[in-house]
Write a protein that binds this ligand. Structure first.
Ligand SMILES: [Zn+2]
Ligand SMILES: [Zn+2]
Length: 164
């Protein structure tokens, strides 16, 4: 969606509300296309005493395997999208401000970038996911496998020494 911002920049107190959805189904991450729902974007651009801000929430459903145990994990995610908008940056590029020289804002592109930046580096089914046994591949969240049970008896001697 392209937001026309001329009126909001001109009038103190003006607002441009929006509530719409766009698709990120084409985005591939690790061989998956995890954005299984449209991304809903709801919020507004507002002029408060000449300061123009964009304030919105982007919500979507994400479906991908856990990075540790590979269990499919579906999660509803909401990302805040907050930016100050200016016609021109006076001191060069600045991450705090979005420049809109022609007073048209490509909201999809901005939201898409914010969503990708907010993705966790590791996508886990749960915070304390135990992962897979490196020997037999058993999902350790579903119970211990037998690989870790029998230990070399020599280690027992060592741990007894360490305990003393
Ligand atoms: Zn997991
Ligand atoms: Zn195992």
């Amino acid at each position: 969606m392209i937001l026309e911002l001329e009126s909001v920049f001109q009038v103190d107190g003006a607002r441009v509300p929006f509530d719409y959805a766009f698709s990120m189904a084409d985005v591939a991450i690790g061989g998956e296309q995890p954005f299984v729902s449209p991304v809903r974007v709801a919020g507004e651009v507002r002029n408060r005493a000449g300061i123009v801000t964009l304030s919105a929430a982007a919500s979507y459903t994400y479906d991908a395997p856990c990075d540790r145990c590979a269990e499919r994990t579906v999660r509803d995610v909401t990302v805040p999208v907050e930016h100050a908008l200016v016609k021109a940056l006076e001191n060069g590029p600045d991450d705090d401000y979005i420049e809109v020289p022609d007073l048209k804002l490509d909201l999809d592109a901005l939201v898409r970038e914010d969503i990708l930046l907010a993705l966790p580096t590791k996508y886990l089914c749960k915070e304390d996911c135990k992962g897979l046994c490196p020997i037999c591949g058993q999902n350790l969240n579903k119970g211990q496998c037998s690989c870790s049970a029998p230990k070399d008896p020599r280690w027992d001697v060592l741990s007894q020494l360490l305990d003393q």
